[in-house]
Design a protein around this ligand. Structure first.
Ligand SMILES: *Cc1c(COP(=O)(O)O)cnc(C)c1O
Length: 492
């Protein structure tokens, strides 16, 4: 590495130090001993204080007050460097080799700002709707923004009806309840998903049966679903519902999944929390089953900070969702209740954010897809990197660009690789850890396509890359360079 700093040795004058500070872009020099080992940093402030103390410009640099300068080892990671700079409120840190010699002085401006996985990306109109809610005093879990948000979303996904709720999890909970799921029932659910898909099954006292993914879509395998149904038929205990998840913005393969569900007369509910705006054979994601759920959590493709939506073909069912999610209050002048309800409606303020976000949904999808293309180009020469496939029947919103490393036979320390990339201030994450690997579900029944768990293999090798629609091309390039460097360091 070329030396980016200047040093002064004991025996040189303060004048020499000032001259070198003046020549350096760092505004400082490092003072070294006769063996060239680091002693301290010297700034012009240090020299000013020395002059005030009575030294002269011709005094020996060795006469400066003793201080202990902050240093780090030469192999310190960007994360460690930035952390120490923030803690000590300093802008530069010398990195020392094993002999105590300065290898480099890192300046804050040389440390790339952290790049996060997926951050909110607000458009131009959200504040207008929020302000309108304030000005009209509609600070309530209902109101004109909620109604309009429901209608506008329903129109975008071509669904007859939608019910805005406080989260995607709440939407799944109410949706399963509408399908009649209750205590003692089973629900077939994607094994490869986020816990929020499965928790609502537990809320209802039902039991999840985990269905594995296929490599073509990374989502529920029709073959594994068929096997689960065959076993259920043999035991005389069909599930109450099938809950299929669309991970990272991509639909599952619904034609075969729905055919199987229809054969057995079991309704399908779609967890489209991650796939708003995606398409399956030209049909909007979330509208393929009896019911569909979206999430507007902070990291999703559009956000209301927190929120969800339930859509369905049967407007009466959605009307019942509104009733259940507002404490199941009967239409009387007094408070009358005949069954369990929830307080799950979306606030009129947050629905205002959602209305603004819907206007930029297509832009957000375009950008996430562009970022995915940049990644594909940036890693195209590496055989060890494979992207989540996009089958020809799928139009993914590319919520998170996701890759797997190596092949199903390679031994890969994915934890070490992810840690290494994160130490470089590029936030990457594991793929979802399959439900059958969660202690919570260690006893759950599960079905795969043979004797191989696709979800476990994807988790073992998978990485989600930063994918926020507000990332610049430069940031994407920095992610590519950082990930490539870390893969080389990891022997890939
Ligand atoms: C985010 C998410 C949910 C839950 O949505 P919330 O709005 O956070 O409750 C459900 N399922 C999947 C697959 C998700 O990614």
């Amino acid at each position: 590495m070329s030396r980016n700093f200047k040093s002064v040795a004991v025996g040189e004058t303060l004048r020499n130090a000032i001259v070198k500070i003046n020549e350096s872009t760092l505004g400082m020099v490092v003072q070294v001993d006769h063996q060239g080992r680091f002693m301290r940093t010297v700034t012009d402030g240090d020299i000013r204080r020395a002059l005030v103390d009575g030294l002269s410009l011709e005094s020996d640099i060795g006469g400066l007050r003793e201080v202990t300068s902050v240093t780090l080892d030469a192999d310190a990671t960007p994360r460690a460097i930035l952390k120490l700079m923030d803690e000590r409120r300093i802008d530069q840190i010398p990195l020392l080799d094993a002999e105590g010699r300065v290898v480099e002085v890192v300046h804050r401006r040389d440390v790339h700002a952290p790049i996060l996985l997926s951050t909110p990306h607000i458009g131009d109109d959200e504040l207008f709707y929020v302000r309108e809610a304030f000005e009209t005093n509609w600070i309530a879990p209902l109101g004109p923004n909620v109604d309009a948000f429901e209608q506008e979303l329903a129109q975008i996904v071509q669904s007859p009806a939608a019910c805005a709720l406080s989260s995607g999890t709440a939407a799944l909970h109410v949706g399963l309840r509408l399908l009649g799921v209750g205590a003692g029932d089973t629900v077939f659910v994607s094994d490869f998903t986020f816990i929020a898909s499965v928790n609502p099954i537990l809320y209802l006292g039902a039991t999840p049966v985990l269905v594995d993914s296929d490599y073509e879509s990374w989502n529920m395998s029709p073959l594994a679903l068929e096997r689960a149904f065959e076993a259920a038929r043999r035991s005389g205990r069909l599930p109450k519902a099938v809950l299929a998840v669309n991970l990272y913005g991509q639909s599952a393969d619904y034609d075969p999944l729905l055919e199987i569900c229809d054969t057995y007369g079991v309704p399908l509910i779609e967890d489209a929390a991650e796939s708003l705006g995606a398409m399956y054979k030209g049909r909007p994601s979330g509208t393929l089953g009896r019911l569909g759920c979206y999430s507007f959590n902070g990291n999703k493709i559009i956000t209301t900070s927190g929120g969800g939506m339930l859509v369905g073909h049967d407007a009466e069912m959605i009307a019942r969702a509104r009733y259940l999610s507002s404490q199941a209050r009967q239409p009387f002048s007094y408070y009358e209740h005949t069954e369990i309800g929830y307080n799950y409606r979306m606030s009129n303020i947050l629905a205002g954010i959602g209305r603004g976000q819907l206007k930029v949904l297509n832009q957000r999808i375009d950008r996430r897809r562009q970022i995915n293309e940049l990644y594909r180009a940036g890693f195209s020469d590496l055989d060890s990197v494979q992207f989540m496939p996009e089958p020809e029947w799928s139009f993914s919103n590319r919520w998170l660009s996701s890759i797997v490393l190596g092949d199903d036979k390679s031994s890969i320390d994915i934890h070490a690789i992810i840690r290494r990339i994160n130490e470089n201030l590029v936030e990457v994450r594991h793929l979802w850890k399959p439900m059958h690997m969660q202690p919570l579900f260690q006893d759950a029944d599960r079905f795969d396509t043979g004797n191989h768990s696709v979800s476990a293999d994807l988790f073992r090798r998978g990485v989600c890359l930063p994918s926020g629609s507000n990332m610049t091309d430069d940031q994407v390039a920095h992610v590519i360079a950082t990930v490539r460097k870390c893969l080389v360091q990891s022997g890939l």
